[in-house]
Design a protein around this ligand. Sequence first.
Ligand code: HEC
Length: 228
Amino acid sequence: MDMNINMYHKLVNQIKYTLMLVCFTSLSVNAETIPANAPEVADIKDALATIVVNVDEISFSCIRDMTPVRHFYVDNLLGDIESTLAAANAPEGAIYPEGSVVQLVPTEVMVKRESGTFPATGDWEFFELEVNEKGSTIAKRGFVDVVNRFDGNCFSCHAPAREKWDFICESGHGCDPIPIDHKMTGALQRSDPRCGEAEPEDGDWMALFKLKSMVTIGLTKKWIEEKF
Ligand code: HEC
C-alpha cells in the first residue's frame, strides 16, 4: 500500500516535471512573439521553479525500493534516476542533479532541491525521519541547521566533502568517520520497518544490538549532560 502511494507520488512528480519541460519548451518557442520583459513569463518561470522538487512524507518509503549504489541508496523524485546514478558513479565526483535522494540509513535523507534554493549546502536539504510500518514522518528538515539524534549537525559533518563530491561523504571524501560501520548500516537497511518483513543476514542481530547500545549510551550521555 505504502509502495503504491509512493509510486503514485513519483508518477505525479514525473508528470509535473514533464509538464514543466513542455511549458519551458513552449516558452522558448514563443519567445519571439512575447516581449523579452513581459512580466508574465518571469512569473510563470518563478512559479514553475518553486514546484519542481516537491518533498513531503510520502516522498519517502522503503529504503530497499531505491537503487543501491555501493553501500547506500539513491533515487530521483523527478524520475531522472539515470542522471543521479551517473553522479553517484562518477569516479572523480560530480554535482548531483535536482530531485536526487540519497540515503545510507532509513532515518536520514539528503534531497537535492531546485538550483539556487540554498547555495551554502549546494542545494541539498537534510531530513531526519521517524519511520515505522505505516511510513515516514519528517522530524526535522532544513539546510544548515538540522541536527541528528546525536546532536550532530548534518551540514557541518558533510561539508568537508563539498569539493568534488557534492557533500557526499562515503569513505575517503574528507568527512570525519562515523562510529557506525557498513555492517550496521546494512542491518538497518534490511530491517527498515517500512519494507514489511525484515530480510536479515547473518550477524545483523548482533550489529543492531551493538548499534542500539551505542544509541542508548549516546542518548543517556546527552540526557546526563542536559540534567547536570
Ligand atoms: C558526525 C558526522 C555526521 C553527521 C552529524 C551526519 N552525517 Fe551523514 N554521513 C557522515 C559520514 C562520515 C557518512 C559516510 C558513512 C559511510 O559511508 O561509511 C555519512 C553518510 C550519509 C549519507 C549517505 C551518503 C554519503 O554522504 O555518504 C546520507 C544521505 C547522510 N549521511 C545524511 C545525513 C543527514 C540527513 C544528517 C543529519 C540528520 C547527517 N547525515 C548527519 C557523517 C555525518
